[in-house]
Write a protein that binds this ligand. Structure first.
Ligand code: HEM
Ligand code: NAG
Ligand code: NAG
Length: 403
């Protein structure tokens, strides 16, 4: 479908409108209008202040973010500053350096997000989801909401949507208490946490991190987060209203590659959504279509997206053994950058602290995969918490009732 309309547009584009012959014209013109309409619909939308600011008014960061949103620039960066912070937390030197406190926070987050197995922990996975749930409570018609910290500054956590986020909520509130006095907003701490978590998960992209979002303690609008039984049509509509197109939605739900559910099926507490929880690989995409081991629990919403004609081609693209990972990381980084800026109306004034994030891990060997695989087959229930905490699984193969 997609290839077809793209192709016909490419062909039609070769026929200049002014040269169209009167006789053959009408049908051609109609086809060309249709092709343009499809292209316009699938082109990327601007958000916030970038919608109205003239290019001549854009800062360097504003220009970069605009290019990322328009799919003209990569949102990943390997720029890294490995030097020790210029001063201790709260010191004058640290206060004078924009990213110094972010660097200290990055260290704290990395320690919390990295498990001894090398996989990322439940705190990391929840941090990614927390970033999503703060930002996505917004649509093009909302006058408030979005990436504004309200998920933790209001009573939003009492909504059932946010079941499963208690541990990272507690931890993030502690970080806020410690760092807000040095100017770090809740909204930024949440989005920075999502980006640090993503890169701490092995194979995850290193998404550029911008700071300067404003906090709002007013709870965001209700009914704007997806449900795990939603159809593809409902999901596409819900995300389109947030300026997130079908391709970007498929890229974003790939975050379920790290996931272990606790509330979709409480009888199967801790069951992952692919065979490699805590790893930012692309296994989730093919496994949602195929038959993974019994402990892998697929969400209906993910199955529906994998099958729908509007999303299945992206799903297949990210499933590719050779090219899927790199393509997914790139597309996820762009889509997450957009998500992390929903409802932000001072994008042009943001600053960048990407350089204080930890290094990306481009390869990963799961040393305990043999044990993990047996757990996935339904053995070793006693390992549930250790898997959730990404602890190296060793010396536990023999236990009560086992040889
Ligand atoms: C189609 C839309 C989506 C639906 C219906 C959905 C639903 C869910 C549900 C039901 C869970 C399990 C929560 C639990 O039982 O503990 C979950 C986990 C998760 N979701 Fe989504 N989600 C969607 C999109 C996204 C997006 C866009 C992101 C991030 C960019 C995301 C990131 C995550 C992560 C990282 C987890 C794992 C949390 C953990 O392991 O504790 N999800 N999602
Ligand atoms: C996380 O832990 C693994 C294994 O212990 C280690 O190889 C990796 O460098 C750590 N990652 C970070 C960002 O500290
Ligand atoms: C509308 C739709 O396609 N819903 C489907 C979502 O996925 C579940 C599980 O495969 C199906 O049972 C629904 O019919």
């Amino acid at each position: 479908m997609k290839t077809l309309s793209y192709l016909s547009h490419a062909l039609l584009a070769c026929i200049p409108l002014s040269n169209a012959h009167p006789g053959m014209g009408e049908q051609m013109l109609e086809m060309r209008r249709e092709a343009n309409r499809i292209e316009r619909r699938s082109s990327k939308e601007l958000i916030g202040d970038l919608k109205t600011l003239a290019d001549s008014k854009l800062t360097a960061i504003g220009k970069d973010i605009k290019a990322i949103l328009l799919d003209q620039k990569n949102a990943e960066s390997s720029t890294i500053d490995t030097s020790i912070p210029v001063g201790g937390i709260g010191s004058a030197a640290c206060k004078a350096d924009l990213c110094c406190h972010w660097k200290w926070l990055s260290y704290e987050m990395t320690a919390k997000f990295n498990g001894t197995s090398g996989r990322c922990s439940k705190f990391a996975r929840q941090a990614v989801r927390l970033g999503f749930h703060d930002a996505a409570v917004w649509t093009k018609d909302s006058s408030y909401g979005g990436a504004d910290g309200s998920i933790l500054l209001s009573d939003e956590m009492s909504r059932a949507d946010n079941n499963g986020l208690a541990a990272i909520a507690d931890q993030t509130n502690k970080w806020y208490k410690k760092y807000n006095q040095y100017g770090l907003s809740m909204a930024d701490i949440i989005q920075f946490g999502a980006n640090v978590a993503t890169v701490v998960c092995p194979l995850g992209p290193r998404v550029r991190s911008f700071v300067g979002r404003k906090d709002n303690s007013k709870a965001g609008p209700t009914g704007l987060l997806p449900g795990e039984k939603d159809s593809a049509s409902v999901l596409l509509k819900l995300f389109q209203a947030k300026t997130i197109d079908p391709h970007d939605l498929v890229a974003l739900v790939g975050a379920h590659t790290t996931s272990q559910q606790h509330f979709v099926n409480t009888a199967r507490d801790g069951d992952p959504q692919d065979t490699t929880p805590g790893v930012w690989d692309v296994a989730f995409y093919p496994q949602t279509i195929n038959n993974p081991p019994p402990r892998v629990l697929k969400f209906q919403s993910d199955i529906n997206l994998s099958k729908d004609s509007r999303t299945s081609s992206a799903w297949t693209e990210f499933s590719d053994r050779n090219t899927g990972q790199q393509k997914w990381n790139q597309d996820y980084a762009k889509a997450y950058t957009r998500l992390s800026l929903l409802g932000v109306n001072n994008i042009n004034d943001l600053k960048e602290c990407t350089q204080v994030m930890p290094v990306q891990r481009n390869s990963f060997t799961s040393e305990d995969q043999v044990v993990l695989d047996r757990w996935l087959q339904g053995e070793f229930d006693q390992l549930n918490n250790m898997v959730d905490d990404a602890i190296q699984l060793t010396g536990v193969v023999t236990g009560p009732g086992k040889e």
